[in-house]
Ligand binder design. Structure first.
Ligand code: ACO
Length: 330
């Protein structure tokens, strides 16, 4: 049976470290508040000249190196981000050019925090059907340039960071690799966590009003997000386990989207798992949305937290609302 397997993983974060104490100088917040509510200690921010596709290119080069592939051997690109370089064209095209590859397809995925798992699901189908053999999947974000860094925007601004993670996906005949993916959405909650502008929902001529009202900044109903995330994370992980006939004892490592340490802890408690079964690095990166899972996967691998044949579960929840999981036999 032809399955899809991750053969290369890499991540890249910009070198500039922004601590909670740095944020205290920009807005009315405190290290204590941020740590207690989110677990975040620091995050990375890009400099003026760096865009999302630049971070993606660096992470991609590392993933390609691990897979022992040259960029021109890739036959399809999937790029997950909520912070593209431009409103259009998609960042996948820009990444393709930066890697020096010609003519292969480049698909942008816009499923926010679930973007990487949605992208993984697409790659899985293409590999299983034999359409493509070497897919580059990237999750990358530059959040810092789009945040309201005044006290007014502090509830959102303290959460997010910049970074990128990439994987190479290839076919295997072995009984390992991506076993299943599970995707969900509930559009009733679309405005609980969103950026309104630019967008076609705005009336004609509303541009100046939208700018004056600062509706280009992300807005979030934090409590509503928390409530739903705490339910959906364990639910979608159980779904992945049941689809494959596994129970929680079979889990080698869960790599959740790094939304908030308290959300990860709520999920872990609900599943009855010990701390070592759930990977967290939000302390050092903040929430990097579509990039958080591949960055965490990359670090977990390099720290030896994942061994051959381990059952790895990826899970995410985010804007949409969307939620998703993937079961992988490593
Ligand atoms: N620093 C200091 N004070 C703040 C900050 C801040 N950065 N942000 C908000 N506050 C204040 C509020 O103004 C409020 O003050 P008030 O009581 O005088 O009105 C007080 O802190 C409490 O605000 P709440 O919103 O009630 O705080 P809460 O305990 O709910 O924590 C948080 C807020 C951390 C956002 C929480 O709701 C949460 O974790 N939600 C989940 C959202 C999340 O993690 N989103 C990540 C992105 S989505 C995703 O990836 C799934």
């Amino acid at each position: 049976m032809r399955r899809a397997r991750i053969t290369g993983v890499g991540h890249y974060a910009p070198p500039r470290v922004v601590t909670n104490f740095d944020l205290e100088k920009m807005m009315d917040t405190s290290d204590e508040w941020i740590r207690e509510r989110t677990g975040i200690v620091e995050r990375r921010w890009v400099d003026e000249d760096t865009a999302t596709s630049d971070l993606a290119a660096e992470a991609s080069k590392k993933a390609l190196q691990m897979a022992e592939l040259k960029p021109e051997e890739i036959d399809f690109i999937i790029f997950a981000t909520l912070s593209p370089d431009y409103y259009f064209p998609g960042s996948g095209c820009l990444l393709q050019h930066k890697l020096g590859i010609n003519h292969i397809g480049a698909l942008d995925v816009r499923n926010q925090c679930c973007g990487f798992i949605y992208g993984l699901s697409i790659a899985d189908q293409y590999i299983r059907t034999g359409t493509y053999n070497k897919i580059l999947l990237v999750g990358a974000e530059v959040q810092s340039k789009g945040l309201n860094l005044s006290t007014e925007g502090r509830d959102v601004a303290v959460l997010f960071g910049d970074g990128a993670g990439a994987v190479v996906i290839e076919p295997t005949d072995e009984d390992r690799g991506i076993l299943s993916t599970h995707l969900h959405a509930d559009g009733r909650f679309a405005t609980e966590l969103c950026v309104e502008y630019p967008g076609s929902a705005a009336p004609q001529g509303a541009t100046h009003q939208m700018l004056n009202e600062e509706r280009f900044f992300p807005k979030m109903n934090g409590r509503e997000v928390f409530k739903h995330a705490a339910i959906r994370f364990p639910q979608v992980i159980q779904e992945a386990l049941e689809a494959n006939g596994f129970c929680t004892q079979d889990i080698g490592l869960i790599i959740p989207h790094q939304a908030n340490l308290r959300i990860s802890e709520a999920m872990r408690t609900r599943l009855g798992l010990p701390p070592e079964k759930v990977y967290n690095n939000i302390q050092r990166y903040g929430n990097t949305t579509a990039a958080s899972i591949p960055i965490a996967l990359s670090e977990a691998l390099s720290e030896g937290r994942i061994q051959d044949n381990d059952m790895v579960i990826l899970a995410a929840f985010g804007s949409g609302f969307t939620w998703a999981s993937a079961a992988i036999r490593w």
